[in-house]
Ligand binder design. Structure first.
Ligand code: A3G
Length: 147
């Protein structure tokens, strides 16, 4: 999994069009979303993650919690983003991983939103620009190597 973490004044999105034949079903309310004072986490779930999705979920939550505590963010925006890797996991696996990460972060006490999966979306982001405001992380299942 590849993650780009941006500590932001806000992130807002608007669904524009389907990017998959069968995108995640969403309500009218989910077509737009915004969080202020948020750690935006853009995530590409990768092929290698399919060998142990549960482990990837836990490793991602550890990394996100670590960065959130460093930048003192208690809101997280989980954002599916297929542009951080050339070896993407299948959509059905990727969606489950991102849904589980959302659920686990809520269990950890964060306010969490997740942008809809399988759509082209317009988004606006205001990066705070401090030294820890732009970070990336790569996570692999045990026994795999980072390519
Ligand atoms: N910017 C817009 C966009 O990325 N749209 C992506 C994601 O929402 C989602 N998606 C599909 N596969 C994956 C994956 N492996 N990891 C993350 N998201 C995925 O499906 C869309 C088309 O690839």
């Amino acid at each position: 999994m590849r993650m780009l973490l941006i500590h932001s004044d806000y992130l807002e999105y608007e669904v524009k069009d389907k990017a998959l034949k069968n995108p995640e079903p969403i309500s009218e309310e989910q077509k737009k979303g915004r969080l202020d004072e948020v750690l935006a986490v853009f995530m590409s779930v990768e092929k290698a993650d399919e060998t142990n999705p549960d482990e990837i979920v836990e490793k991602a939550v550890v990394e996100i919690k670590d960065v959130a505590s460093q930048v003192k963010a208690d809101r997280i925006f989980v954002y599916p983003f297929a542009h951080l890797s050339s070896e993407l996991a299948k959509p059905d696996v990727a969606l489950k991983v991102l849904q589980k990460i959302e659920e686990r972060l809520r269990e950890e006490g964060f306010e969490v939103k997740r942008a809809p999966f399988g759509y082209y979306k317009a988004f606006r982001l205001s990066c705070k620009g401090h030294p820890l405001a732009e970070l990336s992380r790569t996570i692999v299942p045990s026994g795999e190597t980072v390519s």
